[in-house]
Design a protein around this ligand. Structure first.
Ligand code: ADP
Ligand code: MG
Length: 340
């Protein structure tokens, strides 16, 4: 009886010792970040991930595949995409659930941003030549009458939805999800990674729009540089442990005619490139919100005082470099400018 008890006690202490050893051992194993890169959506995708449960490389490869899938499906100018099909059909078009939800979400943001974010500008974007990547030659200032005509064929109030049969009727507008697709892909990728390993950490960067997967080594913030819209320097550093940050600016896709700069973000009211800011940086809880509102904030920049108050009410922080170079920030922005 006594020997049995001694045996039980020593087995338990052995188990505890092994347990403690394993915990200490695995905590000591350094976290190694895997970095993968790809070029898509007209820009560079950078995936930096560490997982103890899965191969970090295969997680990163999954993320890249998901981005490729979304790019191919929602690029309105690829003839085999879901959006191309929608834009080039008349009447009610039956779409799959994902397309329905994303177009509907984009149109909802059009309403909540007072039309500043407008996913129905495809015809105007094509007219200005911003539908093509890497082809600066295609950029041109269109004639006023062409702009008027294309303006008539845009506007999110024209899009109709039938949720019962999952159909969309565009009534002549062309959907362009360029201002939300990156944010959507970031959120899909985030869910994919966290679904496989809730403890994975790292970040995903698509052309300067960043989604934090988890803090560095599980505790430290990632340091994000915000680019000077008129140079190559960094004008601000942000420290993020979670959430997302997106910058919309006039310095990456633009052309200059007679000293005037024309950029790829259009003001849906005028049909001309928006002019109040050089760049707008939005910090939000998720990638879709950051993406949508950095584009919307860029369009609304002439009302920057309103943006600085209104965006934080919706749970965001914002920094703007105005067209005269002045930098303005919402009150809570400073929180992210300090390492914690
Ligand atoms: P980037 O693509 O450089 O990250 P944005 O997220 O601001 O920049 O998205 C700009 C893209 O969104 C444009 O290339 C175009 O496809 C589309 N777009 C242009 N103007 C608007 C607008 N007012 N609202 C929504 N999307 C827009
Ligand atoms: Mg955007």
């Amino acid at each position: 009886m006594k020997t049995k008890r001694i045996l039980v006690i020593s087995s338990i202490s052995l188990l505890v010792t092994v347990g403690i050893f394993l915990i200490v051992y695995f905590r000591r194993v350094p976290v190694v970040y895997q970095e993968e890169e790809a070029f898509l959506m007209g820009t560079r995708l950078r995936v930096v991930l560490a997982s103890k449960r899965f191969s970090s490389k295969s997680l990163a490869d999954n993320v890249i595949s998901e981005f490729r899938r979304i790019d191919a499906k929602f690029d309105p100018y690829r003839e085999d995409s879901a959006i191309y099909k929608l834009n080039h059909s008349s009447g009610w078009v039956k779409v799959d659930k994902e397309t329905y939800n994303l177009v509907e979400t984009a149109v909802r943001y059009c309403q909540t941003t007072g039309g500043a974010f407008d996913p129905t500008l495809g015809k105007l974007i094509t007219l200005w030549g911003f539908d093509k990547f890497d082809e600066k030659k295609s950029f041109k200032v269109p004639s006023e009458s062409d702009i008027k005509q294309a303006l008539k064929n845009s506007g999110c109030d024209k899009v109709e939805f039938d949720d019962r049969d999952m159909m969309i009727k565009t009534n002549g507008v062309w959907i362009d999800l360029g201002g939300i697709a990156k944010g959507y892909a970031l959120e899909r990728a985030y869910a994919l990674v966290k679904g496989l390993d809730p403890d994975a950490t790292g970040f995903i960067d698509i052309g300067g729009e960043i989604r934090i997967i988890g803090p560095k080594y599980g505790r430290a913030p990632w340091v994000i540089g915000v680019r000077d819209p008129r140079g190559s320097d960094v004008i601000d550093y942000l420290y993020l442990k979670k959430g997302a940050v997106s910058t919309s600016g006039d310095y990456e896709r633009y052309f200059i005619v007679n000293g005037k700069r024309y950029c790829h973000i259009l003001d849906p009211k005028t049909g001309y490139p928006a002019g109040g800011a050089r760049s707008v940086t939005v910090i939000a809880d998720d990638g879709v919100t950051a993406d949508v509102y950095s584009t919307a904030g860029f369009v609304m920049a002439k009302d920057w005082r309103y943006v600085l108050v209104h965006f934080p009410e919706l749970g965001m922080q914002v920094m703007m470099v105005l067209s005269d170079g002045k930098m303005v920030k919402s009150d809570g922005f400073e929180y992210y400018e300090n390492p914690r």
